[in-house]
Design a protein around this ligand. Structure first.
Ligand SMILES: NC(=O)c1ccc[n+]([C@@H]2O[C@H](COP(=O)([O-])OP(=O)(O)OC[C@H]3O[C@@H](n4cnc5c(N)ncnc54)[C@H](OP(=O)(O)O)[C@@H]3O)[C@@H](O)[C@H]2O)c1
Length: 231
């Protein structure tokens, strides 16, 4: 069981983001009490929302303080482990680099976007962030493999067969879900569904083979395009 802390009810029905230690602590206590048990993982939800406008040293301090609250929550039995979940990883990476190897308690796991829709700059930043935080592949969780909506017209235009191992027959959704474990390599993928038959498809997709060579070629192509755009 996993959940996240970082967003709080704000004025006018808005959700405010905060890394303020007191608010995080209260959210952790409320979560464990409401669930009636300590979650296996609590993620710090999109910390970039509160770090993006700060100088790197200040952002490092803010992130380190939040990491301290989550670490203490594990020690206090409010959760079994903690992680960082990020949609736009660049500000989190900048803060982690500014904190340095001893300035920040390392999270046990890292959740980030995964799959064919993830832009090259995000793929590069999440790999760098995982390296900086020393989170190995098995402890990386991909999320939002369909970008939130398989009804989007992009799914009607994508041909994912070249990424699958020879002879694999599957739907585009199944291929996209399986690919999310490889782009970039992660140990788990958080996916949303309200339909049991979709869940069954997703479970079956776990057994599909991927063409690792073509996945690597695709990442090389993205990296070349990214370098070209940057320079
Ligand atoms: N940190 C952030 O800012 C952020 C933002 C978004 C998501 N997330 C994380 O990512 C997780 C998943 O994200 P998400 O639910 O927004 O997006 P998603 O998993 O990319 O897409 C969910 C959509 O895919 C459809 N779907 C699932 N399986 C399918 C199948 N086999 N065939 C066809 N359609 C299928 C679902 O429709 P049905 O319901 O009809 O199956 C649903 O509309 C969330 O639980 C959350 O943890 C984080």
């Amino acid at each position: 069981m996993s959940t996240k802390v970082g967003f709080f009810p704000g004025a006018g029905g808005r959700n405010d983001h905060s890394l303020e230690p007191g608010r995080l602590q209260e959210a952790l206590e409320t979560t464990a009490a409401t669930l009636g048990q300590a979650p296996d993982v609590v993620f710090l939800h999109n910390p970039e929302r509160s770090l993006g406008d700060l100088e790197p040293a200040h952002a490092a301090d803010r992130l380190a303080a939040a990491a301290g609250v989550l670490t203490d929550a594990v020690a206090a039995g409010l959760c079994r482990s903690w992680g960082i979940s990020t949609w736009n990883p660049q500000p989190v990476l900048a803060a982690a680099i500014a904190a340095g190897p001893r300035g920040l308690v390392r999270p046990w796991c890292l959740m980030h976007r995964a799959g064919i829709l993830v832009p090259a700059r995000v793929l590069d930043a999440i790999d760098d962030l995982a390296g900086c935080l020393e989170v190995e592949t098995e402890r990386r969780w991909g999320m939002s493999p369909f970008g939130g909506d398989t009804g989007d017209s992009v799914w009607g235009t994508l041909a994912l067969r070249p990424f699958m191992a020879a002879g694999e027959e599957c739907s585009t959704a199944a291929a996209a879900f399986r690919l999310a474990f490889a782009l970039p390599p992660v140990g788990r993928v958080a996916v949303g569904t309200n339909r049991p038959e979709h869940l069954a498809d997703l479970v079956r997709a776990l057994d599909l083979g991927v063409d690792g060579h073509n996945v690597e070629r695709y990442r090389d192509m993205l990296a070349r395009r990214q370098a070209h755009a940057a320079g």
